[in-house]
Design a protein around this ligand. Structure first.
Ligand code: CA
Ligand code: CA
Ligand code: CA
Ligand code: CA
Length: 357
């Protein structure tokens, strides 16, 4: 079956191209380009206000990057923002310590931790706050046997006097602005003011190169949470949100800290709703970006935005009702494709359209 992505245009009309200026700045402040939130916090934090809270999550895929904006705060007492990413087939619905890199000792502490069904983590990020007071450490790990994990950046926004962009060694970019004083409150587990949570503009912002996370083309799922200094005392702050009356999970899901234990008793299926959110796939719209016609040679050339693995059919019509195929099986040349052909009957007014096969 054909996917009827159509681009209709009229030869001879001046091509009006829309120029989309992409303006996300990785500075810990939410940009308009993100649009609406993909998840909003539903409950008040058990990690203090101002302390650590996750107000809302925003994300957009563009120009080979996943831009992620998590509004809220991260207390500089070694609290950790932990972000698990499900961006490819396979992965771990239940974390197995022996099958993961153990950078920053996270995997041992997460051993046995279970995500909601429908989420199997492939990558994870740790943003740790508090070394020397205001420093941020960023770790990135690929899950699975043979996967690697390590510290990829260390930044101090306060001493540097800016909130980003900070370039990590693996191409990831971080922005961090911890000045939020609004958003949700700290009556632990009680319903949060979601309108207030949606108004927060600052927090942790990340640009993650898609090739770091398996070059996904489809949707990307993200589970984010705030953990204590040893990766073994989870707050009640997750996005997607925990249900009302959820207190800090602690080590055992009951708010207790269990020495030399792991998060193995925590199964997100036991908490209502999905503790993850979905970043929709952003297939580039099929759009004609250039066309030319040489009157003498009758050479017609058309360029459009294409999907790298697709094939296209070029059709023409005089009435926009019946269409004749001019060429099919036109192989994509990447993100843009140009096709040349000789057009006779140059005086005849015609419409053209492209169909993705
Ligand atoms: Ca920003
Ligand atoms: Ca996966
Ligand atoms: Ca707050
Ligand atoms: Ca759940």
């Amino acid at each position: 079956m054909r996917i009827m992505k159509l681009a209709v245009f009229v030869l001879g009309l001046a091509l009006m191209s829309e120029v989309f200026v992409f303006g996300i700045e990785v500075d810990g402040e939410r940009d308009e380009e993100y649009g609406g939130p993909l998840a909003v916090q539903g409950i008040q934090t058990g990690f203090g206000d101002p302390g650590s809270e996750l107000d809302a999550a925003y994300a957009i895929v563009s120009e080979g990057m996943l831009y992620l904006m998590i509004t809220g705060n991260l207390e500089p007492n070694f609290n950790k923002l932990e972000i698990f990413i499900d961006s490819k087939l396979g992965g771990q619905n239940k974390i197995a310590a022996t099958q993961n890199p153990n950078n920053d000792n996270w995997a041992v502490k997460f051993d046995g931790f279970t995500f909601d069904s429908g989420f199997s983590a492939d990558y994870m990020l740790i943003v740790r706050h508090g070394l020397s007071g205001t420093q941020l450490d960023v770790d990135f790990a690929e899950l699975g046997e043979g996967g690697k994990g390590s510290l990829v950046g260390r930044f101090d926004p306060v001493s540097l006097g800016k909130t980003g962009p900070f370039d990590a060694s693996n191409g990831l970019v971080l922005g961090f602005n911890n000045t939020n004083s609004a958003g949700i409150g700290s009556n632990q587990g009680q319903l949060a003011n979601q309108e207030g949570a949606s108004l927060v503009r600052t927090g942790s912002e990340l640009a993650i190169p898609l090739n770091l996370i398996g070059s996904p083309k489809g949707e990307i799922k993200i589970c984010t949470m705030i953990n204590g200094h040893g990766h073994d005392y989870l707050s009640n702050q997750f996005l997607g949100s925990m249900p009302e009356w959820t207190s800090n999970l602690g080590t055992n899901g009951q708010g207790d800290f269990v020495q030399d234990s792991s998060l193995k008793e925590i199964d997100l299926n036991n908490y209502g709703g999905d503790q993850f959110f979905v970043v929709p796939s952003l297939a580039a719209p099929l759009q004609v970006i250039d066309l030319s016609y040489e009157t003498e040679s009758k050479e017609f050339s058309i360029t459009w935005t294409s999907d790298p693995d697709s094939f296209y059919t070029l059709e023409s019509s005089v009435d926009l009702r019946s269409w004749q195929e001019l060429d099919d099986g036109i192989e994509s040349q990447g993100e843009e494709t140009t096709h040349d052909l000789i057009l006779a009957d140059k005086n005849k007014s015609r419409f053209f359209r492209l169909v993705e096969e």
